[in-house]
Design a protein around this ligand. Sequence first.
Ligand SMILES: C[S@@+](CC[C@H](N)C(=O)[O-])C[C@H]1O[C@@H](n2cnc3c(N)ncnc32)[C@H](O)[C@@H]1O
Length: 228
Amino acid sequence: MSLSIKQGTVRHSTGYSFKGRARILYPMKKNSSSRWLAHTIGTESYKLLNFDHPTIESLILDEMDTGFDVYYDNRWGLTTNFSNWLAENRHLVANRNIIILGAGAGIETLALAKYGKNIYLNDLSELSLKLCAEQLDINELTNYQLIPGDFTKIAVPPECDLAVACFSIYCQATASGIGKFLDRYDGEVIIVNEYLKAFREFLATTKRKHETLQEWEGGIALRFFSKS
Ligand SMILES: C[S@@+](CC[C@H](N)C(=O)[O-])C[C@H]1O[C@@H](n2cnc3c(N)ncnc32)[C@H](O)[C@@H]1O
């Protein structure tokens, strides 16, 4: 677990943050010198946007300072685990048109673009989608489209036959939002999440049939079956 305080915003590595006057600083290992960091998914090499780079960091903080509650300014261990697991289970997404809910600039977007047919990136934050597109471009992955907006309201392109939500449930609003998405989207959905309180409550109330695909310490990947 790591905590950092940046311009008065206290962030927690699970995605929670609160604004306050706290001045306690928990040191974090940072590498802020380069815009891109080397990363491996399976056996393939990628470039990852460095959220600690001053230019990127200030863009994201400016967005958060406008009161926009977005939490894509971190790399989640669970997302890394899921992406590596996908490298071993490509058949699950091969030839599929995948809408990625709450994509941020997450590592899963690289794996899904690589192993899927086309990806459709959704997020509330247009800035995150811009950064995500930049990250895909530098990795020469061009099979993507952007779908900004609230995942409870966006129109899902009819060609999409899979939805993936990776670490998109972290509070009551996101839990109920993903619940609403499941109610109106009949296709298959893969949800990957840490066992946060909101996620556990979501699981306790969902009526949609699902199975476990993979479990990691602290998190899980579930497949919600297509309704048809
Ligand atoms: C914890 S981040 C996860 C980002 C990425 N999927 C990953 O695993 O690295 C959650 C993302 O969900 C997005 N989000 C939250 N509520 C949303 C909503 N109602 N509609 C679309 N995106 C939303 C946030 O902006 C953020 O990018």
